[in-house]
Design a protein around this ligand. Sequence first.
Ligand SMILES: Cc1cc2nc3c(=O)[nH]c(=O)nc-3n(C[C@H](O)[C@H](O)[C@H](O)COP(=O)(O)O)c2cc1C
Length: 206
Amino acid sequence: MKTLLVRYTPRNERSNTKKLLDSFKSEIKNSDIEEIELSIDVPDLFLDDSLFAYIERNYLGKDLMPEKKNLMSKMDRMTAQLKSADIVVVGFPMFNFSMPATVKAWFDSVMQKGQTWNTKDGTYLGMMNGKKALVLVSSGGYYKKEPMTSWEHALSLAKLEFQFMGYSDVRGVLAEGMNAGDESKSSNLTKSIEEIQKIAHEWYDK
Ligand SMILES: Cc1cc2nc3c(=O)[nH]c(=O)nc-3n(C[C@H](O)[C@H](O)[C@H](O)COP(=O)(O)O)c2cc1C
């Protein structure tokens, strides 16, 4: 079994999100662990040449010349890494009500047609069945109650991406209120860590 931890925690030891990821990591049992820090191993963006290469190869089924193939090499490496894992955990802070651009670039890199999803008989088909995904997000403000629920596009989007890729078990934990004072931060972190440990026990202790 393999667990992949995908993190975007450039604040390192000061990161709230890192505390969430660490609480999951310490509960992992009987699994190889691979980690990628997206603020260091930064995903590529689709720019004009790479976008055409992707469309030519993955949508039109063409073989790419080596130099065009190279444009996709980092995206292909990240896709292969994700496909090799049975459990994936992605952790990041909310930025401007959504995920940091670097994390979105990772999703754009790995959500490759023919690799993690496909189409069949005019409908979309996820290819990652049987696998599990957990999304861990920390945010400065509060989003779980009205009127703020519709502002939350970080956890909800990341979960949707995994559902689209066909993951069988998709969970998410939002540690909110990280900038709402020490007391609120500490009690919300504690609650989130308990939730995370419960998921880890369910997944690894069977
Ligand atoms: C560039 C930037 C944008 C942010 N945008 C939001 C936001 O839209 N909503 C929110 O609640 N918190 C926002 N925050 C606060 C962070 O989500 C929050 O402090 C988080 O816990 C930081 O995670 P970290 O400690 O792992 O870096 C933002 C922080 C930064 C640095």
